[in-house]
Design a protein around this ligand. Structure first.
Ligand code: FCB
Length: 476
């Protein structure tokens, strides 16, 4: 029997969490044997990040993790999604593990468990060890095998105490922003390398899932987090529908085709034939990639609105994570991206909670019976402390309320959504935007590194403790 729900209350088993990633918060980049990742190199390359910002100190979570866990416990959160820094654990991307690196994550997990917070580990949130990029990076097949080895090391070290595992975070960004538009590390702008990287990330997911399962207790779950796009056509004209279909293949089908269904969409091959023959997809790869999943993680911020480009158009430039001369989308010069109408966050991303509902229901139809988690959702705003040092962020509360209400509507309509992870616990290093964009529910003063929960943290904490969304205008 499904549990009865009032308009704003969630099932009692629903997991209320927050998410972060290693390079964005840890700092301590040269401690305990860690070596540079592609993000260290990229952020220290002039002109790549706003203000030349980098993650050398970030919010110093490496040294302050106990305080950060205490903060979460104080708010009443039930789960915490964080990522492991590959170059802390296996500095050259191959060979034996560094125990001091693993010990940090053992301590963090023990601290979480002691406070009753469920850890969810992401193995790869974009920070490839630099030595592996020097050997060719994700466009090279060997990187997938290196990832499997790393997955096994972390699975062995933490599998006894972490039940929820995520292989990759948003492989679209790793491939299309890292090797296509170049706004993310390693900053390459090579359309064919983008597609090769996507395939090898898929392979890494499959090999990594197998490696995890070979060393972990069977009760543990394996998933991955996709930033699947809700792609909307500007009109219902055939040309615009075709444009939306192409972007849907390049944003979604390229990952969930092989991962969830064991095949790339034929239309993806057709659309990219001018660039590549896909001969790097070797016999057996699709079966390896198509591992059974225990759950799927969806990261959602904003939908995409596309149309066919007119004859004078020189190519799409929109990609959400930074501007570039180079399009992230290979073979899509005939597609135009539009700014959807309505309100936007400080990232310029339009606010559309129904896009999250549509995404959930799409996967519910496409992979019925596969539990879903919203592994990221949130918004950046220009938060500032008031005279008393309090940080009021009513826009973020409205954003969270709107999106959580759509999650609840999807559950009411039969979707099996098991949990939600707010992005992000803390203000942090927002990639190419440096520290300019604040996504945290907790404000960080970047001079003192002092943490101050914003009103949205209190609002979300109450939702987590009660399983019911407070009113948007409740005062905290
Ligand atoms: C997602 C990333 C995350 C953060 C948010 C705003 O694409 O996974 O690290 O940058 O966007």
């Amino acid at each position: 029997m499904p549990e009865p729900m009032s308009p704003v209350s969630f099932p009692s088993t629903f997991l209320w969490g927050a998410a972060t990633s290693a390079y964005q918060i840890e700092g301590a980049v040269r401690e305990d044997g860690r070596t540079p990742s592609i993000w260290d190199t990229f952020a220290h390359t002039p002109g790549k990040t706003a203000g030349g910002d980098h993650g050398d100190v970030a919010v110093d979570h490496y040294h302050r993790y106990r305080d950060d866990v205490a903060l979460m416990a104080g708010l009443g959160l039930g789960a915490y999604r964080f990522s492991v820094s590959w170059s802390r654990v296996q500095p050259t991307g191959r060979g034996p593990a560094v125990q001091r690196g693993l010990d940090f994550y053992r301590r963090l997990v023990d601290e979480l468990l002691a406070k009753g917070i469920k850890p969810a580990v992401t193995l790869y949130h974009w920070d490839l060890p630099q030595e592996l990029e020097d050997a060719g990076g994700w466009p090279e097949r060997d990187t997938a095998y290196r990832f499997a080895e790393y997955a096994q090391i972390v699975g062995e070290a933490l599998g006894d105490r972490v039940e929820q595992w995520i292989t990759l975070n948003e492989p679209w960004c790793s491939a299309f922003l890292g090797y296509g538009s170049g706004v993310h590390a390693p900053g390459r702008t090579e359309p064919v390398a983008t597609l090769r990287a996507a395939h090898h990330l898929n392979l890494a997911h499959g090999l990594g899932a197998k490696a995890l399962r070979s060393v972990m207790p069977a009760r543990n779950t394996v998933a991955l987090s996709l930033n699947s796009s809700t792609v909307r056509p500007l009109t219902q004209d055939a040309a615009d529908l075709a444009a939306a279909r192409k972007i849907d293949d390049l944003a979604n089908g390229i990952f969930h085709g092989p991962i969830l269904h064991g095949a790339y969409p034929e239309s993806l091959f057709t659309a990219t034939r001018q660039l590549t023959d896909w001969s790097y997809v070797q016999d057996g790869d699709l079966a390896t990639i198509n591992q059974p999943l225990d759950a799927l993680g969806l990261n959602y911020y904003t939908p995409a609105l596309v149309s066919a480009a007119g004859p004078d158009h020189t190519g799409p430039r929109a990609d959400g994570h930074g501007a570039s001369e180079h399009s992230p989308w290979p073979a899509a010069d005939d597609v135009l991206f539009h700014q959807p109408p309505g309100e936007r966050t400080a990232m310029g991303w339009s606010i559309d909670p129904t896009g999250l509902y549509d995404l959930i229901m799409r996967y519910e139809r496409e992979v019925p019976g596969l539990p879903l988690y919203i592994t990221e959702n949130g918004a950046a705003y220009d938060d500032k402390p008031d005279a008393e040092g309090r940080v009021h962020d009513p826009e973020r509360i409205a954003y969270l309320h709107g999106h959580l209400a759509e999650v609840r509507r999807a559950i009411a309509d039969g979707a099996d959504v098991r949990g939600y992870f707010l992005w992000s616990l803390l203000d942090n290093f927002e990639w190419a935007y440096g520290y300019e964009k604040r996504f945290g529910a907790v404000y960080v003063d970047y001079t003192t590194l002092e943490r101050t929960p914003k009103s949205s943290a209190h609002w979300y904490g109450k939702a987590a403790r009660t399983g019911t969304l407070p009113e948007v205008d409740e005062v905290f």
